[in-house]
Design a protein around this ligand. Structure first.
Ligand code: HEC
Length: 181
């Protein structure tokens, strides 16, 4: 009985949504107001990151990271399948992987020291293909490249929670190291 009622509601619901719209054109003023609102919010919604740092990071990413992680940080196909040589393909950094689970401090250490630092004999033959950039990039450059990476996450969510906010929370416990530290 209950199931029949909800089936009926399901059928009626979209119908009722469609009918009023189909009856006439939306008044031009309404359309104009909506457009104005969209424009206004896109102008005022501020990125949490400094634009100059993000654009410096974008250049550094293109020059140092894109060969493996992809131009848009999309990673390599089958990135969680270990290759014959025991290494993993480069994972996505654009928010589709799990990069956002880590606070700024850990991300900094991965880029600075490379993945080898994190090799763990408990994972058997795991070998890291993530190079260390500590001798090639300065502190500020590593922060910039990671800020660019975080800017790729936009408003992606995981289980309804903003991944940017979630990662910012993790970073409170584990922030970027101070310059020279
Ligand atoms: C030679 C290929 C290669 C290059 C170049 C490279 N990476 Fe990686 N990166 C990897 C691989 C492979 C992993 C996966 C972890 C592992 O194998 O250690 C990884 C992991 C990472 C992780 C951890 C990701 C996560 O989800 O936990 C971050 C962050 C990262 N790389 C950032 C960078 C940045 C920033 C650059 C450029 C400065 C860069 N990588 C350049 C191959 C590369």
């Amino acid at each position: 009985m209950g199931a029949r009622v909800s089936k009926l509601l399901l059928r009626i619901h979209p119908f009722r949504l469609v009918v009023p719209r189909a009856r006439g054109h939306a008044p031009p003023l309404l359309v104009f107001l909506l457009l104005a609102l969209v424009l206004l919010t896109s102008c005022t919604s501020e990125s949490p990151y400094d634009a100059a740092v993000v654009s410096r990071g974008e250049e550094l990413f293109a020059a140092n990271c894109a060969t493996c992680h992809g131009v848009g940080g999309e990673g390599q196909p089958d990135w969680h399948v270990t290759k014959a040589d025991g290494t993993l393909p480069a994972p996505p950094l654009n928010g589709d992987g799990h990069t956002w689970h880590h606070g700024d401090g850990l991300l900094y250490r991965v880029v600075s020291k490379g993945g080898q630092e994190f090799e763990d004999p408990r994972f058997g033959s795991f070998k890291s293909a993530m190079p260390a950039f500590g001798d090639r990039l300065s502190h500020d450059e590593i922060v910039a490249v990671l800020t660019y990476v975080k800017s790729l996450w936009g408003d992606k969510t995981s289980r309804g929670i903003s991944i940017v906010e979630s990662q910012a929370f993790a970073s409170e416990q584990d922030p970027f190291p101070p310059n020279g530290g």
